[in-house]
Design a protein around this ligand. Structure first.
Ligand code: SF4
Length: 200
């Protein structure tokens, strides 16, 4: 049984959280975005500057790139995927979240997973893949592979910021989204993939 049994009480409590030092410098707690019926959950690392300002995950340049990749395979953050982060408050200077911050925040993410009950979890970047899939997950070698953990399929791929830093990685990254689309068709029961032409 999750600590919070509905999204309203979970969100209200999360917005008040002061369980780690990141609460001191945040503007917003970035809880997540997407329909609560989604069968696919994306987990990033932590909010950046734009996300902290707007209170929504992946809204800067990395977010635009993520939206492009999602749209290309028929997915959309407002319609059929939920997007959250390993930590809900911005680490200063966009550093990686510290292990103790990820640990302090883990129960929020776990509660979200229990409420959403996704069939597939996609970890964007090393921090969330090491947390969700296995501590020694290597993004360069193991991206795009599906692991069955606790009755769900989990896949790790590059963080959009890493693709922005090295555009040569775009091909591999996009191939992971194509593999995700195939897996959605195989295991998801009510996810309707959107015609990419709708986003053109
Ligand atoms: S990062 Fe997570 S644990 Fe830390 S204050 Fe924000 S919501 Fe709470």
């Amino acid at each position: 049984m999750p600590e919070y049994t509905d999204w309203g009480s979970l969100t209200a409590a999360c917005l008040q959280c002061r369980a780690c030092g990141l609460c001191e410098t945040r503007r917003n707690v970035v809880v997540g975005v997407g329909p609560k019926t989604a069968e696919i959950l994306f987990i990033g690392e932590g909010p950046g500057e734009n996300e902290d300002k707007q209170g929504e995950p992946f809204v800067g340049r990395g977010g635009q790139l993520l939206d492009l990749a999602l749209h290309a395979v028929g997915l959309d953050r407002r319609r059929n995927v939920y997007i959250g982060n390993a930590v809900k408050c911005r680490p200063p200077q966009n550093r990686d979240p510290l292990p103790e911050e990820t640990e302090a925040c883990a129960h929020w993410l776990q509660n979200q997973i229990e409420l959403l009950n996704p069939k597939i979890i996609v970890c964007l970047g090393r921090v969330s893949a090491c947390r969700m899939i296995k501590p020694d997950f290597k993004v360069t070698r193991e991206h795009g592979q599906f692991f069955e953990i606790g009755g769900r399929l989990m896949m790790g791929t590059l963080h959009p910021a890493a693709v922005l830093r090295d555009p040569n990685k775009k091909g591999d990254w996009f191939a992971d989204f194509v593999a995700l689309r195939a897996k959605i068709r195989e295991v998801c029961t009510h996810t309707e993939l959107i015609d990419p032409a709708e986003f053109a």
